[in-house]
Design a binder for this molecule. Structure first.
Ligand code: GCW
Length: 677
């Protein structure tokens, strides 16, 4: 009897387990056909990629016949495609097989979001040639700044044991057009280039290839010395050059379509050409030369800053602009969106547009190092778009970062964009269910930077949860305001980098790590004193404003014309300075922190109200995370306002919720989350 009960129990549990809404399916919830007769698929092509396209259609497409047509005349669309309704057939055409696969995911998305499929006439051309995820995954399975568990890549098991998630990862990326991946951390282990590791990489490359994804690696500049036993890694040393040449030949024997190298050099303690008195161009060109015969490329990062007296926000520009014109054709400079480091809000990086002869690409951070890890709901499309839509004035008015990096304003050269991945081995891939939306948004914008945040959120919600408007409308509102809300409760008005040391999770505006580098201390960034708050980057201060093209240098250089959301980024603002709404800067700061907290509470109420429309499992997971976010928002507000009040000596306005924590208690919090800076 007991046994029967157990069997019965198991029998009842199985369907539940199978259909558990654990988030593992991401946005790929196309309905299954389950025996419904398949639509006709017409194609003359036959390849692993086409087979994937066919399988997706036969499993999930309910519409008319589909034709997949390879059409060389569409070369100008690159791996883009057209979709046309021709009589009773939906014709997808592209000059490339990947393009056909993308077209298939496009019509499946239209079907899933209930768009009329009968009169399609679509032309898609990607904004960027190369659409990258950068994984900061270490060979020991940990992930730098990863908040969704360990690495997906099981280096110990490879090349023999293959996780089903490698294929699922490739499929998810293909569905949004991501076509390139850097597998390992930019703080790179030289071991990545060892023969046994290359054999493991090959297995991943083979799995990703049919999905149109190329593999790239981060390399350690000292590899010749550390791995090859050479005396040094000087890029002008012939033995070093030969070592890289041989290594390239070895790599391409194993992975014939290998993409190339990503390099973090002379940055945060990493080795680089400057160790030998050489320049970034010397280092990048040496690697570019050995990759060139195979069509490989080098992404050289501009995230450099040394412990000098110079404003950290100025350093990448100072180091790289003199090198303009010195880089090989197959080098692209990879630049973080802001000049400091992926803050909740930064002015855009003035290096964009400033190197007129050198291709540049944007690096965004999808993983939320500075935005509440996988605990806070922060939809990043508005942040990405804010950067892409920023007008640099480099080539006159309208020189947005999007148009500079997609080269619509400059002679054609390779184009690329990268996002630091937020993916780990967690069942739902990204820790927070809503962090999946940031992976999705990055991919969609890399494909088409003209999409609006609204459209991306709308698609993603409908695909991931439900198209019921009673759910979509209120939750979309949360998503679209969530980034500004996080800025409000963390670092409003242009404040930046007042995070706790090392892990960067909570507030530590009092942080002053004497003996260490000044630019790793929050007090360096906020400069609070009796007079006011904020970093003077005008002519009277670090003069970082001079790195911007006119008229931005004047706009940012003048407190009256600086946008208020960046006022403390560019100016040391007196506590009683009158803001545009008539409040003093101090009062405005108080109201901003308070409104951030209130907004998160509104999100909680909204979320509670949508309970009837979605599954219980994801509902309560998100509900729990919002609770943490609310508590953290209060923590941020109480810590920052009470600490800044020790300088402003002004009361917190009466309308604002009184602090619930004591400053001394908050100062004692030491989270044990590791990390170096
Ligand atoms: O944002 C900082 C991070 C480091 C990271 C570095 C970088 C990979 O705190 O963890 O290192 O940037 O982008 O190189």
């Amino acid at each position: 009897m007991k046994q029967l009960q157990i069997y019965l129990f198991l029998f009842l549990m199985i369907p539940l387990a199978v259909f558990a809404e654990d988030g593992s399916k991401l946005w790929l919830r196309f309905p299954a056909k389950n025996g419904i007769s398949t639509s006709k698929i017409i194609t003359k092509s036959n390849s692993a990629t086409i087979n994937i396209a066919k399988k997706e259609l036969s499993s999930h497409w309910f519409g008319s016949a589909v034709e997949l047509r390879l059409d060389p005349s569409l070369k100008n669309l690159k791996d883009g495609y057209t979709i046309k309704s021709v009589k009773n057939t939906t014709v997808i055409s592209s000059s490339m097989e990947n393009g056909l696969l993308y077209g298939v995911y496009h019509i499946l998305r239209l079907q899933q979001t209930k768009v009329d499929l009968s009169k399609l006439n679509i032309t898609e051309k990607p904004s960027y040639d190369l659409r990258f995820l950068n994984h900061w995954d270490n060979l020991d399975g940990t992930i730098e700044r990863g908040y969704a568990g360990h690495s997906l890549w099981k280096w110990e098991d490879l090349p023999n044991k293959i996780s089903p998630r490698y294929g699922e990862y490739a499929r998810a990326n293909a569905s949004i057009g991501i076509n390139a991946t850097v597998l390992n951390n930019v703080n790179a282990s030289p071991n990545m280039l060892r023969k046994d590791y290359l054999q493991k990489v090959k297995v991943l490359a083979d799995i990703f290839r049919p999905y149109g994804i190329k593999v790239y690696l981060s390399v350690n500049f000292s590899s010749p010395k550390v791995l090859g036993g050479l005396e040094n890694s000087d890029p002008l040393n012939k033995d070093v050059q030969k070592w890289w040449k041989d290594k390239a030949s070895e790599i391409y024997k194993i992975i014939p379509d290998f993409g190339g190298f990503l390099v973090k050099a002379n940055s945060e303690g990493q080795p680089g050409p400057q160790d030998y008195g050489r320049t970034h161009a010397d280092g990048a060109n040496m690697m570019a030369d050995v990759l060139k015969p195979y069509g490989g490329m080098v992404m050289w990062r501009a995230f450099v800053y040394s412990p000098s007296k110079e404003d950290r926000a100025k350093q990448a520009y100072l180091e790289f602009t003199p090198l303009d014109g010195q880089f090989r054709e197959n080098v692209i400079i990879q630049i973080k969106n802001g000049p400091v480091d992926f803050q909740p809000r930064e002015a855009f990086n003035p290096l964009f547009g400033a190197m007129k002869k050198t291709p540049q690409m944007v690096e965004f951070q999808i993983t939320q190092e500075y935005l509440g890890f996988s605990n806070h709901l922060v939809f990043l499309a508005p942040l990405f778009k804010e950067t892409l839509d920023s007008d640099t004035y480099a080539d006159g008015k309208g020189s947005t970062i999007a148009k500079l990096t997609d080269r619509s304003l400059r002679p054609e050269k390779m184009t690329a964009i990268a996002g630091v991945a937020n993916i780990g081995e967690d069942t739902n891939w990204t820790g927070h269910h809503f962090a999946q939306a940031n992976w999705y948004a990055f991919g969609r914008l890399a494909w088409n930077h003209n999409l609006s945040s609204d459209q991306i959120a709308d698609e993603w919600l409908k695909m991931t949860f439900t198209d019921d408007q009673k759910f979509v409308n209120p939750v979309k509102k949360i998503m679209l305001t969530s980034r500004e809300t996080a800025v409000d409760y963390m670092m409003p008005l242009g404040l930046h980098h007042i995070f706790a040391n090392g892990h960067h999770y909570g507030p530590e505006p009092w942080g002053n790590y004497k003996g260490g580098r000044p630019d790793w201390s929050p007090v360096y960034y906020h400069q609070a004193d009796r007079v006011g708050l904020g970093f003077d980057r005008t002519k009277t201060g670090s003069n970082a404003v001079s790195q911007y093209f006119s008229p931005l240098n004047e706009i940012y250089g003048n407190i009256k014309t600086t946008p208020e959301n960046l006022i403390l980024w560019f100016h040391h603002v007196p506590w009683d300075y009158q803001m545009k709404n008539g409040k003093t800067m101090w009062n405005e700061l108080c109201f901003k922190y308070d409104s951030g907290v209130k907004e998160v509470r509104n999100y909680q109420n909204t979320w509670d109200s949508i309970k009837p429309y979605i599954d219980a499992e994801r509902f309560s997971a998100v509900q729990g995370k919002l609770k943490i976010q609310q508590e953290d928002a209060v923590w941020w507000k109480d810590a920052c306002l009470q600490y800044f009040q020790t300088f402003s000596k002004r009361p917190i306005p009466a309308e604002i919720e009184k602090p619930v924590h004591k400053l001394e208690d908050l100062k004692k919090i030491k989270l044990n989350m590791g990390h170096h800076n």
